[in-house]
Design a protein around this ligand. Sequence first.
Ligand code: 13P
Ligand code: SF4
Length: 309
Amino acid sequence: MELEEYGRLSTDDLVARLDRLKCEKDAVVLGHNYQVEAVQLVSDHLGDSLRLAQLATSTEANVIVLCGVDFMAESAKILNPEKTVLLPHEAATCPMAAMVTAPALEAFKAEHPRAAVVCYVNTTAEVKAVSDVCCTSSNAVDIVRALDTDEIIFVPDRNLAAYVATKTDKTIIPWEGHCYVHDNFVAEDIALAKGEHPGVPVVVHPECPPEVIAEADHVASTGGMVGLAAEHEELIVGTEIGLIQRMNREFPERRFYPLSSFAVCRTMKLTDLPRLVWALDNGVHEIVIPEPVRARAEGSLTRMLELSK
Ligand code: 13P
Ligand code: SF4
């Protein structure tokens, strides 16, 4: 069946087909917190990047459908070479991950021979393969602190690098990458939101610029933000707006306000329910990583998972 035909089916029909296909193919659906609500609702597990990587190592399913962006599906494949990993939309990429390439990083390493390389999980498999250890927004500070080296090259997010630098004694050598969604927040957004909702605490993602982080009450990964939502009657949330849908669903009696309603990651929104069912039915788009690259990238990811226990 063509993708367009799935688009004409009712939600109930799509959900029933998805359930049947999951059984037939022994599949699990892992969804990132920024996915559209219809995809969040049918995901077997929702999470931030670290949680998705951990789930990918613990699932017994043969097929992992990763509803998120490419680096998340690649991480699942790197950790599970024997499993089939599907990314429902081929164009669901993370622009920040494309801001550093393995050859450019190798040249940068040659300029800083004593530095260890920490790569944010928002990177390609090739970049992970030439890094010492990976990190996510939830464990970046702990990973950097755990390393023996004093000098750290941190790629590709300059804002996360700057945040980590404020939390450790290490010399952080940043790469000049950024996330276009989080880099757009400005300190004035916080002043405006606090004016509208006096006394309500603000949490921001560490991909936000330093001047935004400086004005926030909390800094957390998307998973960390869900934890904070459980603890606060009201919260101003500085990240992609998809997360607020999850918070509203899980804590209907609480109030969550987006720091900006314009914070939308376009590629995270490419996967909808018809596409997810079509992808599992047709086995697309399968993630394939050359074995030498995968094996080296696995070292960076497993080191991170070991350090995050
Ligand atoms: P989290 O790991 O915090 O969910 O972040 C992923 C991401 O891409 C943020 O933009
Ligand atoms: Fe990449 Fe930013 Fe989208 Fe996250 S929100 S996937 S960092 S572009």
